[in-house]
Structure formats: C-alpha cells, structure tokens
Design a protein around this ligand. Structure first.
Ligand SMILES: C[S@@+](CC[C@H](N)C(=O)[O-])C[C@H]1O[C@@H](n2cnc3c(N)ncnc32)[C@H](O)[C@@H]1O
Length: 332
C-alpha cells in the first residue's frame, strides 16, 4: 500500500539527537504533525516527542496504521493530551483491508481503535479527536474499495470516529497505482463512483460524522493544502523541506507521465539553525511564489465581486519548481 517504502530503503526513525535540535522551535510553532513517510508508532521516542510538543503548547497529532496502537499506548496518548489521531483504514471488510494493507490484521486494528474509544469514554476525555482516512482505489477488483464507502461510514460511527476523510491515491510512484486512481484529468467522474460517494455523504450526515472528500478532477489551487507559506517538513534525518513531497518524491507519475522533479531540501538542522534555513534566499523565493499566487487569487475574487463578472479567469503566477507536477496543487 505505502508508496514511500521505495524511498525508505535506507530510512529510519528520527533519533532523539535530531529531535533535540527541533525542541527550541516548538514554542514558535502552532501545530505539529508527527507523520512522515513511515509509521510514527515505530519510533520508541514518539511519546517523549509528543510530550515536548504539548509542553510547548502546540496542537499535536499524527496518522497511524493502528498496528501498534496498543491500549497502554492509547492511555499514554490520552494522558499526554494528544489533540488528534488519524487512522489509515482503507476498507470496511477484513478481506479487502488485508488485501490492501498487507501484513496488518483488520481485527487487530479495529480492536485497538475500540480500546482507545472506550478509554476516552472511561476517562471522560474528548481528545484525541479521532479521524479515519480512506484512500479510495479503483483498478483490479481485489483492491478496488470505493463501493465499501457507505458501510465504512457505519463502521466509523461504531468506532467513535468524528471525521472521515476520503483521500485520493495522490502519491503515484508505481505504474500499477496509476491505474488505481479514481480521479481523472479529462472527462467527468464515472457516475458509479460519484453515486457511491454521495451515498456515503448522505450516510455520514444521518449518523453525524463529518466527511471530507477530495476533488475527483484536478483544479489548480493558488496554494496547496500543505501551505508551505507557513509550514515546513523535517525528515527523520533533520533535512528541512517545504513539504513531504519535496522531501522525497524524486520520481513520480503525474497525468500518466513520469516526472523527475528536483527535491527541495533547503538545509539540515544538524548544520544550521532553523531560522537561517527558513531565511535562505532560495527558500524565501520558494515561499514568495506562493504568496504571489495567493495575492492573485484574492485580487481575482475582489474583481469578481466588484465587477460582478463571474467569467473572470484566474491567471496564477508560476508555482515553485516541482509543485506543478504534484497533485496537491490541484486539490486532489
Ligand atoms: C504515508 S502514510 C504514513 C502514516 C502511517 N504509517 C499511516 O498508515 O497512517 C500517511 C497517509 O497516506 C495514505 N496513503 C498511503 N498510500 C498513499 C498513496 N499512494 N497516495 C496517497 N495517500 C496514501 C495513508 O493511508 C495515510 O493515511
């Protein structure tokens, strides 16, 4: 399932030595997401890192496959005041789940989620808010999962989930994944897919679960969801990039074509301070491109409102190099 395994061949987990370099900046940070290209719960120091981020008053969360989310870990996460946790579960049935997430057991991960739900109830705690992410897949019948979405909402409801996110297969590093994505560059969304997603939306409304779905047709955004204007990604070795895609994805498929963007790693926190990396002219220039795009978008909106011209077209300044072949820039 995971596209990053290819990149992680020489990978590891962030050491405390590397994390110590980040600690001084936590008090300047509003929110920390401990998710990278691996599994956060494989890091033996994760709880300590969360504790540090919480004591610096950050909002803290991470995404997990739930395999190691054992009840004693869940209890500590609650005690530490973790704000949110996102479970990656791509099916509503054991057969489909175990086909997609090979090596994980559906029963184990649902049992772990139930234990966290029940612990929260026993301790009368609202946090961590629980989300569940479903990567919607087409392609071969054994991996195709989108028809399970309405049942998935019922399952999420039973598991005590507050929000379901239907995500696209947007990181495409293998040819076979390009045949599994549901979004299309040309033409409309297949009616069957749209119908099933709408059924899931109705179900979510009935049971009171928030549901977020991503676009199924790319549409260029001024700034992507990662918002590199005021967020950054630090990988396990301490390299600083604007986002995870710039940190790793040197080779990927975009609109059916192989792309080889140059990764943007602006510096290492082992060699320079975070402020000095953030203020590097090339990093400032990277952010400035997004700032100009945001300004252009605001300008267009004002013009549309003032001149009452709904046909006003958005002409965005150029995005930073590499971003043009990243699906996040297109709301996918
Ligand atoms: C890279 S994972 C890492 C965190 C953790 N191991 C997990 O399973 O949640 C982060 C998120 O990306 C999703 N994901 C996995 N493969 C993907 C792909 N090819 N395209 C988009 N998202 C993907 C996962 O389901 C998960 O929600």
């Amino acid at each position: 399932m995971c596209p990053w395994t290819k990149m992680r061949e020489q990978g590891g987990v962030m050491s405390l030595h590397t994390f110590q370099k980040i600690i001084p900046y936590l008090r300047l940070t509003k929110s920390v997401d401990f998710t990278g290209g691996g599994e956060p719960l494989t890091n033996p120091d994760l709880l300590y890192m969360i504790e540090q981020a919480k004591s610096a008053s950050c909002e803290v969360g991470f995404s997990t496959n739930c395999v190691r989310l054992l009840p004693d870990v869940s209890k500590k996460l609650i005690e530490l005041g973790l704000d949110w946790i996102s479970f990656s579960v791509d099916a509503a049935t054991p057969e489909k789940y175990e086909r997609i997430r090979q090596g994980a057991k559906f029963e184990t991960i649902t049992t772990n989620i139930v234990a966290l739900r029940d612990l929260k109830r026993t301790l009368n705690r609202q946090e961590p808010r629980m989300m569940m992410v479903f990567v919607a897949l087409g392609g071969e019948s054994d991996v195709r999962n989108y028809h399970e979405l309405p049942d998935y909402i019922d399952m999420a409801n039973e598991l005590g989930i507050e929000q379901v996110i239907i995500k696209n297969l947007d990181v495409i590093l293998k040819e076979e994944d390009d045949h599994r994505r549901l979004f299309q560059h040309e033409g409309g969304t297949p009616l069957e897919v749209e119908g099933i997603i709408q059924a899931a939306e109705r179900r979510a409304k009935e049971v009171g679960i928030k549901l977020r779905r991503y676009r199924l047709q790319p549409q260029e955004q001024a700034v992507c969801d990662h918002n590199p204007i005021n967020s950054l990604f630090i990988n396990w070795e301490g390299w600083v990039s604007p986002c995870i895609t710039h940190a790793y994805a040197e080779e990927r498929l975009f609109a059916g074509e192989w792309q080889h963007p140059v990764c943007q790693r602006f510096g290492s926190i082992h060699k320079a301070t975070l402020e000095s990396i953030w203020e590097l002219p090339e990093y400032r220039d990277f952010r400035r491109k997004f700032i100009l795009r945001r300004q252009a978008e605001k300008h267009l909106l004002m013009n549309t409102l003032l001149n009452n011209d709904p046909n006003n077209k958005l002409a965005l300044p150029e995005a930073p190099s590499g971003c043009e072949s990243c699906y996040y820039l297109y709301g996918i």
